[in-house]
Design a protein around this ligand. Structure first.
Ligand SMILES: [Zn+2]
Length: 202
């Protein structure tokens, strides 16, 4: 029955549908991608987050899908965000076009594993103590993420929703909560209903 329902939904969302997540997908920790220490340890919010906010990085739609590129990108954003006085990487997690999933802000991965708290983010004013921020490498105003990146996004959202008890209906776009941005881009924003549906199936 699960299979037939999945096929039905797969037909509805077309080419973006991906097979079940392969076992072994992991989140690359700050230590693994070579983060530097945060300027100050991110504040701990002692309750569960209630929402996931999807972002795009508004950087180039890079062809490089390698691990080395993913680690460089993570270090790049940490530097940029510390330069903005955010103390550390702003978002909790980052997904590259090569489908590498990386911890952003220090403490985000341990918090997710515990499932009972979050670290205060710096990804959306007014949402940083209630929402998990997920950055997707690329610019998705007109283009869509590659299938493998989409699959990683579904997997990460499903993992976050399960660990924290967040309903998939609470997966939103950055711009749904902040007027002064087009993030995560028109194309990706239009796919959020499909994202919620796929996460619900997981
Ligand atoms: Zn954003």
């Amino acid at each position: 029955m699960g299979v037939s329902r999945r096929v039905l939904v797969a037909g509805a969302v077309g080419a973006l549908v991906v097979p079940p997540v392969p076992s072994g997908r992991t989140i690359v920790s700050c230590a693994e991608w070579g983060a530097r220490p945060p300027v100050e340890p991110p504040a701990v919010v002692g309750r569960r987050p209630t929402r996931v906010l999807v972002h795009h990085t508004a950087t180039e739609n890079a062809a490089d899908r390698s691990v080395a590129h993913a680690h460089r990108l993570a270090r790049f954003f940490q530097d940029v965000h510390i330069g903005r006085d955010w103390g550390d990487t702003g978002q909790h997690f980052t997904i590259t076009r090569g489908a590498h999933v990386l911890e952003g802000r220090h403490g985000s991965l341990a918090a997710l594993r515990a499932g009972d708290h979050l670290v205060e983010g710096a990804h959306c004013p007014g949402q940083n103590r209630t929402s998990i921020g997920v950055e997707n490498e690329g610019t998705y105003t007109a283009e869509l993420p590659p299938d493998e990146q989409w699959d990683a996004l579904v997997w990460l959202c499903a993992t976050v929703c399960r660990q924290y008890g967040i309903p998939p209906s609470e997966i939103h776009g950055h711009r749904d909560h902040y007027a002064d941005t087009v993030c995560p881009g028109d194309a990706l924003h239009a796919r959020l209903p499909a994202l919620r549906a796929e996460v619900a199936l997981r």
